[in-house]
Design a binder for this molecule. Structure first.
Ligand SMILES: C[S@@+](CC[C@H](N)C(=O)[O-])C[C@H]1O[C@@H](n2cnc3c(N)ncnc32)[C@H](O)[C@@H]1O
Length: 286
């Protein structure tokens, strides 16, 4: 499938059928910074992104967190401390209210943008604004979670580290995102390429995921030229992180215990999606 190595000084991009991919763990800092800058400029220009990010009642995923939300707080702690990062225009506080759970939770919402500030502020106990990779204040938290943010992160490994650092011992990190490790399931960020190149990339990502499981070395593959820079906006064309659950498992090995979250499926298509194409997992900090 035409995999070659390209050198940039000491640094390398891996080209898969002409698509340059980078490991977030090893990519040159200026490349990641430039990617962040280009994405920020796109978001500032194209408000449709936030219109989509805004329509976000993710109750199906909140429901999967219910057992953790109903747990008793730690001894000495008044309420359960919960942080949602990359909250967008989160439907979580209203869902908590509806379920009669809001009062037992001290809620912090976080995002890199202030665009949804007016929506979030009246619904939360605290609001954090900034890049989650730079750290998450206000902890320690009992539960940190996000819905459909992980695949958008330019520095996913650092965000996971920031989450782990902000958790109390025994606290949980829950992530929901697409997973791109099934041959043929082309990440939307690569869909501006030829069909052949996209397919070759999915085989590459699948093999890399197996390799990570065997070697214990995570990659966190990043597409530095996502489709969103070439085409009109489509959902997840900006999702630069080509998520492999193996990366997360290896990064957190020995530091957290993993549990898969099984969502109730609505039909066969949904079952296939939620079983094979979705990351839905909780990591309990040791
Ligand atoms: C696709 S939206 C998802 C929003 C919401 N969680 C949902 O389920 O609809 C991705 C969100 O992640 C946020 N985000 C992206 N990069 C981030 C970062 N480095 N730190 C914090 N938030 C980030 C964006 O601002 C946006 O609100």
């Amino acid at each position: 499938m035409g995999q070659t190595i390209e050198r940039r000084g000491e640094e390398k991009a891996t080209r898969v059928a002409g698509i340059p991919l980078w490991r977030a763990t090893a990519a040159p800092e200026p490349l990641l910074a430039q990617l962040e800058q280009r994405l920020a400029e796109f978001y500032a220009r194209d408000k449709r992104y936030f219109a989509i990010a805004g329509a976000n009642d993710q109750r199906r995923f909140y429901e999967a967190l219910r057992p953790y939300l109903e747990e008793a707080p730690r001894p000495g702690a008044g309420r359960l401390r919960v942080l949602e990062f990359g909250a967008g225009r989160s439907g979580f506080p209203d869902w908590l209210d509806e379920q009669g759970l809001r009062r037992r939770i001290e809620l912090t919402l976080q995002d890199v943008t202030t665009l949804n500030r007016d929506w979030l502020l009246p619904r939360t106990d605290a609001l954090l604004v900034g890049d989650a990779a730079e750290g998450l204040d206000g902890g320690p938290y009992d539960l940190i979670f996000s819905t459909f943010v992980y695949e958008h992160l330019v520095r996913p490994d650092r965000v996971v580290e920031a989450c782990l650092a902000a958790l109390a011992p025994g606290g949980r990190l829950a992530l929901f995102s697409p997973a791109y490790v099934v041959p043929g399931y082309v990440p939307p960020a690569l869909r501006a390429r030829s069909r052949w190149a996209g397919l070759a990339a999915t085989v590459f990502l699948c093999l890399q995921s197996l390799r990570t499981r065997l070697t214990g070395r995570p990659n966190f593959w990043i597409a530095a030229e996502p489709a969103v820079f070439d085409q009109a906006f489509r959902i997840d064309a900006d999702a630069v992180h080509l998520v492999a659950p193996a990366d997360l498992d290896c990064l957190l090995a020995g530091r957290a215990r993993r549990r898969t979250l099984h969502l109730p499926a609505h039909g066969l298509r949904d079952w296939i999606w939620s079983r094979f194409l979705l990351l839905a997992a909780v990591y309990e900090k040791r």
